[in-house]
Ligand binder design. Structure first.
Ligand SMILES: C[S@@+](CC[C@H](N)C(=O)[O-])C[C@H]1O[C@@H](n2cnc3c(N)ncnc32)[C@H](O)[C@@H]1O
Length: 279
């Protein structure tokens, strides 16, 4: 970014030219000035002091280099929650709210018991469900130590009593027939996928993204393990890529789950597949 020539809000934003939106110039300036976007726009003549100007310039430079906005400001909204995020953990995507909606539609608010979230990351899914279903206890399972540290921070901040976290790979430590539901947004991207956003690849942890066997390895493991850890009648709910709906549906059917269905996201793409453990 070239040095801004003006030090008013309007001058700084104009200095970004056509990159203003793509580089989140307005949102970052509002953050640095500790005001809302509406306040920023209402007072374009406001003068920005040199200290804040250099803070803003440093953030815009990082944004222009591709760093995600959520990492720059250290937080991301998900469901009704503000979550702390940063390097080492996947930034929760709005798409994953479909998985929360699907779980809420199948777990009655009077039901108590355990629900596991494999690959909990920032604990976005587990916290969303824990906040909506106080009678359930959510168990967030995460293999990566840096990601688990973010999950712990978010659990402390949201002060929910019905959630706990463990560091583990998969479900080996979970007792048989102990879960009301098993949810997961596991890594499911095929390495070399040309559709993957280059910024995601550069900044977010690869252990959160990629899986072997055409992206299906952990999805398959969860379908198999789900039969052991779910109570009869318990639900398995899996997020997956939009090209994987048919394969995951077949996976669940072939392992004997009932009531199998694939749900579409707002763009009408198949993104969540679920099934119920039979007796
Ligand atoms: C796609 S991210 C999802 C994170 C979060 N649940 C979300 O929806 O944003 C997948 C997460 O699974 C974790 N992970 C990968 N393999 C795992 C395994 N075998 N057991 C537990 N966690 C695993 C990764 O470290 C990563 O945090």
């Amino acid at each position: 970014m070239t040095d801004p020539v003006a030090d008013s809000v309007a001058g700084l934003l104009q200095s970004l030219g056509e990159n203003r939106l793509a580089w989140d110039g307005d949102r970052l300036l509002a953050r640095v000035l500790d005001c809302t976007l509406a306040q920023l726009r209402a007072f374009p003549e406001r003068v920005v002091d040199t200290e804040r100007l250099s803070q803003w310039r440093a953030l815009v430079d990082r944004r222009a280099a591709g760093e995600p906005y959520a990492y720059l400001v250290g937080e991301q909204e998900f469901w009704s929650l503000t979550l702390a995020v940063g390097p080492g953990v996947l930034i929760p995507r709005g798409d994953s709210e479909l998985l929360v909606e699907a779980a809420l539609a199948r777990i009655d608010s009077r039901v108590s018991g355990w629900v596991a979230d494999v690959g909990t990351g920032s604990a976005n899914l587990a916290l969303a469900l824990a906040s909506e279903r106080p009678r359930l206890t959510l168990l967030g399972i995460e293999a990566s130590a840096p990601a688990l540290a973010w999950a712990k921070l978010n659990c402390r901040r949201h002060r929910l009593k019905n959630i706990c976290l463990i560091r583990a790979r998969g479900l080996a430590t979970i007792p048989e027939r102990s879960l009301q539901a098993l949810i997961s947004n596991p890594p499911y991207i095929v390495e070399g996928d040309p559709d993957l956003d280059p910024a995601t690849l550069r900044f977010e942890p690869s252990s959160a993204l990629f899986a072997a066997e055409s992206g299906l390895s952990l999805l398959r493991e969860l379908a198999i393990e789900g039969l052991r850890v779910l109570k009869p009648g318990g639900w398995l709910l899996l997020e997956h890529g939009w090209t994987q709906g048919a394969a995951v549906l077949e996976l669940l059917r072939s392992h004997g789950y009932g009531e199998c269905r694939t749900l579409l996201d707002l763009a009408s793409r198949p993104r969540v597949t679920l099934g119920q453990r039979q007796s």
